[in-house]
Design a protein around this ligand. Structure first.
Ligand code: FAD
Ligand code: SIN
Length: 522
C-alpha cells in the first residue's frame, strides 16, 4: 500500500531557523476536521510520516458542531434506498456510481469508528429527504464533537501536528504539488515550509462568506483558493446549501428536531409546509429553505414549534442549552428561525478517490466536489463522505509515485502586488444580497463589479488578509459559476432562469480560463 513514497523521502525532518521551519514528510494533511483527521490516521497507520496542519486547534472546523449525525445505510438491503434518497436530493448532479460506492463502503468505516471507541446512541434519527430513520448519533446532538474527539485521541503518535498554523500557498515543482507554506496565526513572520510526497487538502467549506452562517470562524474557503491559485480545477462552486432552520446568530436547530416531530409554523402558529411539499417538514432542504424564505418575504413569520418533542433537553442537550443561553427557552412553541449558509456542495474537482486535477494534490471532505452531493446535499451525508473520502484520499496519496523532491521548491502562486481588498463586512453584505439562494444576472454582475480581482500579497500576509482575500476571491468565483449556471437546481435558484436545464451539467472553473459547462451523460 505504501508504494515507493517512504523510500524517496527522509523520515519527518525538521529544521528550525529564526523565522523559517522546514519540514519534509511523506504526506501533508491540511485541516483537522473529520476528513483530515481520518486521512492522517489512515496514512500514519500504513506507516507514512504525516504532518497534520491546522489553522486553529485540532478540535476545529464544522465537524465539531455537527448535530444531526452520520447517515449510514441500515444494512446491505438499505444501500439502494439510501442511494435513491441521495440521488433525489442531488437533483440530477449526483453521480450514481460514485454515490453507490461511497454508501456501500461506509460500513467499513462505521466498524472502524466503533473499534476506536465511538459509542453510538441506540435510537436512530430521521432527517429531511431520508425514507427511513438511519442516522446514527452520539450524545444526542453532539455527534461531530464526540466522533472527532475519539479520532483525535486515537491518532497514531507518529503524526506530527502543527496547530495554529495557516497554510497559505501550495508548493509546485514541475507542475506537481509538493507541499505547502504556512505561517503562525499569531506571528505571521514565523513561517513554515513543508515539502511533502503528497498533499491532502481537508480544509472544509466557507459559510463565513455570508452574514448568517451555521459554520465556525475558520470556514473561510482557504482550500478552494489554495487549489485554484495553484491551477486546480473547481467544480460547481456556486452550489451552496442554506440550512432551513438557524437562529438569528447562525446557531443551528438540527433537522433531527423535525425528524422528531417539530413543526414549521407562521406567526399565527399555523403549520405551512403542507402548502409546499407533500413530505412537509421532511422535504429536502432546498424545498424547506425556499418555503421559509417565501413565508418571510410575505411577512408571515417563520418559527419552529418544538413542543411536539417529548423530553427535548434529553434528546437535544446542546440545542436546549443554546436556547437557554439566548433566552429562547420560554418559547419552545415559537422559536424564530431563518435559512443560513451551511454547506458548499461544490469545491475542488475530485475523482471518487480524492485525486484533483493536479499531480500530488488530493482532497477530502467539504472542500472536495466528488459529485456525491449533487446540487443539494442529503442531510447527514457529509460526515459519511468525510470518512470514506478521508480514507480514500489517504490511500491515493500513499500510492502517488512522488518524483524525487526538490530541495528548493518554488511557489508560482502568490504575487507581491498589494491587494485592493474590500473589508470582510462589505464582502458578507454583497454575498448576502446577491449570492444567497435566490440570484439573478444583475446581482451576480454587480458582485463582480463591486469586488475587484485581488492578488494574494504573500509578502505581507496575516491571517486576516489571507482569509479576507480568500472570501473576496471566492465571492467572485461563486458569482462567475452562478452566471454560467443559467438554470435553477437544488441550492441554486435563478430568478431569471427559474427551471432546471433539460440536460444537467457541471460548471468548472480554473485559473486564467472562463467558467465552462460540462454536460453529464446519462
Ligand atoms: P471541517 O470539519 O470544517 O474542518 C476543516 C479544518 O481545516 C479545520 O481544522 C480548520 O481549522 C482547517 N483549516 C481551514 N483552512 C485552513 C488553512 N488555511 N490552514 C490550516 N488549516 C485550515 N454533516 C453531517 O453529515 N451531519 C451533521 O449532523 C451535520 N451537522 C452540521 C452542523 C453544523 C452546525 C455545521 C456547520 C455543519 C454540519 N454538517 C453536518 C456538515 C459537516 O459538519 C461538515 O461538512 C463536515 O464536518 C466537514 O468536515 P471537513 O473535515 O471537511 O472540514
Ligand atoms: C442538522 O443537524 O440539521 C444538520 C445535518 C447536516 O447538515 O447534515
Amino acid at each position: 500500500m505504501l508504494s515507493m513514497l517512504c523510500w524517496l523521502l527522509p523520515r519527518i525532518d525538521t529544521m528550525i531557523g529564526d523565522h523559517l521551519t522546514k519540514i519534509r514528510c511523506d504526506v501533508l494533511v491540511v485541516g483537522s476536521g473529520i476528513a483530515g483527521t481520518y486521512a492522517a490516521t489512515v496514512a500514519a497507520e500504513a506507516g507514512a510520516d504525516v504532518l497534520l496542519l491546522t489553522k486553529t486547534r485540532l478540535m476545529s472546523g464544522s465537524t465539531q458542531w455537527a448535530q444531526g449525525g452520520i447517515a449510514f445505510p441500515l444494512d446491505n438491503g438499505d444501500i439502494q434506498l439510501h442511494l435513491h434518497d441521495t440521488l433525489v436530493a442531488g437533483r440530477g448532479l449526483t453521480d450514481s456510481k460514485t454515490a453507490e460506492s461511497l454508501i456501500s463502503e461506509s460500513f467499513v468505516h462505521l466498524e472502524r469508528l466503533e473499534e476506536k471507541g465511538v459509542v453510538f446512541d441506540s435510537k436512530l434519527g430521521l432527517e429531511g429527504g431520508h425514507s427511513k430513520a438511519r442516522i446514527k448519533h452520539v450524545g444526542g446532538d453532539r455527534t461531530g464533537y464526540f466522533v472527532l474527539d475519539v479520532l483525535q485521541k486515537t491518532m497514531p503518535e507518529r503524526i506530527l501536528c502543527y496547530e495554529n498554523t495557516v497554510a497559505y500557498e501550495l508548493l509546485l515543482h514541475d507542475g506537481a504539488v509538493v507541499g505547502a507554506r504556512g505561517f503562525n496565526a499569531d506571528f505571521p513572520r514565523q513561517q513554515i515550509e513543508i515539502v511533502a510526497g503528497a498533499t491532502i487538502l481537508a480544509t472544509g467549506g466557507s459559510g463565513q462568506l455570508f452574514k448568517v452562517t451555521t459554520n465556525p470562524k475558520e470556514s473561510t474557503g482557504d482550500g478552494f483558493l489554495l487549489a485554484y491559485r495553484a491551477g486546480a480545477e473547481l467544480r460547481d462552486i456556486e452550489l451552496i446549501q442554506f440550512h432551513p432552520t438557524a437562529l438569528h446568530d447562525g446557531t443551528l436547530i438540527s433537522e433531527a428536531c423535525r425528524g422528531e416531530g417539530a413543526k414549521l409554523v407562521d406567526g399565527n402558529g399555523h403549520p405551512f409546509m403542507s402548502e409546499y411539499d407533500r413530505d412537509e417538514e421532511l422535504a429536502p432542504r432546498d424545498v424547506v429553505s425556499r418555503a421559509i424564505s417565501d413565508q418571510l418575504r410575505k411577512n408571515n413569520g417563520a418559527f419552529l414549534d418544538l413542543t411536539p418533542i417529548a423530553n427535548f433537553s434529553e434528546k437535544f442537550p446542546y440545542i436546549a442549552h443554546k436556547l437557554k443561553t439566548l433566552g429562547l427557552d420560554q418559547h419552545y412553541d415559537r422559536v424564530p428561525i431563518a435559512p443560513a449558509a451551511h454547506y458548499f456542495m461544490g469545491g475542488i474537482s475530485s475523482s471518487a478517490f480524492g485525486a484533483t486535477s493536479l499531480r500530488g494534490l488530493y482532497c477530502a471532505g467539504e472542500v472536495a466536489s466528488t459529485t456525491f452531493h449533487g446540487a443539494n446535499r442529503l442531510a447527514s451525508n457529509s460526515l459519511l463522505e468525510g470518512l470514506v473520502m478521508g480514507y480514500r484520499a489517504a490511500i491515493s496519496a500513499l500510492n502517488f509515485p512522488a518524483d524525487k523532491l526538490p530541495i528548493h521548491p518554488k511557489s508560482d502562486v502568490g504575487t507581491p502586488s498589494p491587494p485592493t481588498l474590500a473589508d470582510v463586512d462589505t464582502i458578507k453584505d454583497i454575498a448576502h444580497k446577491y449570492l444567497n439562494s435566490t440570484r439573478d444576472s444583475e446581482g451576480l454582475l454587480e458582485t463582480l463589479q463591486l469586488l475587484s480581482d485581488t492578488d494574494l500579497n504573500t509578502l505581507d500576509i496575516t491571517k486576516t488578509v489571507h482569509e479576507t482575500t480568500n472570501l473576496s476571491e471566492l465571492a467572485r468565483l461563486v458569482a462567475k459559476g452562478a452566471l454560467e449556471r443559467e438554470e435553477s437546481r437544488g441550492g441554486h435558484y435563478r430568478r431569471d432562469f427559474p427551471n432546471p436545464s433539460p440536460v444537467p451539467y457541471h460548471v468548472v472553473q480554473s485559473l486564467g480560463k472562463d467558467p465552462g459547462k460540462k454536460e453529464i451523460s446519462v
